[in-house]
Design a protein around this ligand. Sequence first.
Ligand SMILES: Nc1nc2c(c(=O)[nH]1)N[C@H]1C(S)=C(S)[C@@H](COP(=O)(O)O)O[C@H]1N2
Ligand SMILES: [Mo]
Length: 511
Amino acid sequence: MTSRATGALTGLAAAATAVAVAELAAVFTGPATAPLTAVGSTVIDHAPAIVVEFGIGVFGHYDKVALFTGVLLLLAGAAAAIGTAAVRPGRSWLAYLGLAGFAGVGLAAVLTRPGAAPTAALPTLLGAAVAAGLFRVAIARVVSDGSPIDPASAPDRDQPSRRSVVRALGWGLGAAVMVGASGRWLSNQRGVATARSAVELPQPVDPAAPVPAGADRDLPDLTPYVTGNDSFYRIDTALVVPRIDPATWRLRIHGRVRHPYELSFEELLARPMVARHITLACVSNEVGGELVGNASWLGVPVADLLAAAQPLPGADQVVSRASDGWTCGTPTEALTDGRDALLAVGMNGEPLPLEHGFPVRMVVPGLYGYVSACKWLTELELSSFDDFDAYWVRRGWSAQAPIKTQSRIDTPRRRAAAGVVTVAGVAWAQQRGIERVEVRVDGGPWQEATLADTVSADTWRQWWWRWEASPGEHTLTVRATDTTGQPQPADLAPPAPDGATGWHSVRIDVA
Ligand SMILES: Nc1nc2c(c(=O)[nH]1)N[C@H]1C(S)=C(S)[C@@H](COP(=O)(O)O)O[C@H]1N2
Ligand SMILES: [Mo]
């Protein structure tokens, strides 16, 4: 092995050790204090909106994995390059400089995350210190500063020593990866999951309307009326799922109010609860897309909590703030006009899953998630639209974002056998409700589909239509009409800035 390769390996091993030690330390100081995570989160928050959307669009649910992989590859490349340069005689200072540079970036990231305590610096400092130590030992074994390295001319007895160092480095690299991964796994397992399973949800004083049998036509590829928690779409900017201990969680209600106050989780649970089926939709959902789901939510009406704070005139926006610093702004009107806007603690009969906002999130029927559905909620600030732009509004999305009427074909999607085919899907227009769904084949006349039952205007509705399919290629198109009589517009619009429009079409091979 050449000295340059040894240098690269030393650099890699040092970087891996730094990351691994930091990940392990972050088990104790909290997942957001792992420098890798903090850097990734900072990248997400400061990346131009277009890149974040591109990331979501291209990588889908894997955008976070992609970001981690990118950061890791960059780090590995730099570490190997620095190691290669630093192994040359008299150049070991390069390694320390590089390490200090990375530690500086890591420290800057962990200390500027929302709610960071000074202890957030510990994992990075510890990781850098151990890596520096390792590098010092390794480099001393491989080179003696000042004397040129040439493996060919090196004395024979030096060879086994270098080989053993290389082997040790290889093992060290492997061990570091294992340690880092288990540190990450450990901190994912720790604490909050247990606290979540200990939560006992109260019974609602105002229970959800039972789902009528006719709401769900059990077809194999048709989206079920109620989405299971495990299959519910997830969208957020959180690189690691925030872990909030319900025992220390507090909600602050403040801003333009006469009576600011705070509430513990216990106090929230003691309030009268309602349960409602509400279909949540993401503004980034493309026509025909999957970023929409329907669940039964248990929670406290937001209006009650706001009323207790006595909002002042002019407070036309309620800013929700999450533990990770994310914000959204909801019209005060939408939270007080009598619709079922909830601070939810339960989802389909369970405490909120960690990924869906445990312990408390907001759910507002009729508004896209980015202006209403704050997860890991810690603050409600009465403000005004003039005074404050929330996270996505600052990145160019509309401040006001009511959900647009949409319909989707779930089955068939590609192929069908000639004869009678059941075309089916879902349609939604929360708050207004779906009145009619129509399907057409190859641009022919619109034909009315059958609508399934629903519990309210705030959820999607399944629909189906009997198609006499003839062999060949056909295009199926669907459109919905809401109960105000407004048909879903044909004009194609992209998700930005306030939701996609257009009809969903699928091309089917009938054989
Ligand atoms: N804290 C936090 N809450 C958030 C977001 C976020 O990035 N951070 N994203 C919002 C968006 S854009 C949507 S569509 C919904 C998605 O909720 P879900 O992941 O439970 O489906 O959460 C909203 N709440
Ligand atoms: Mo969203």
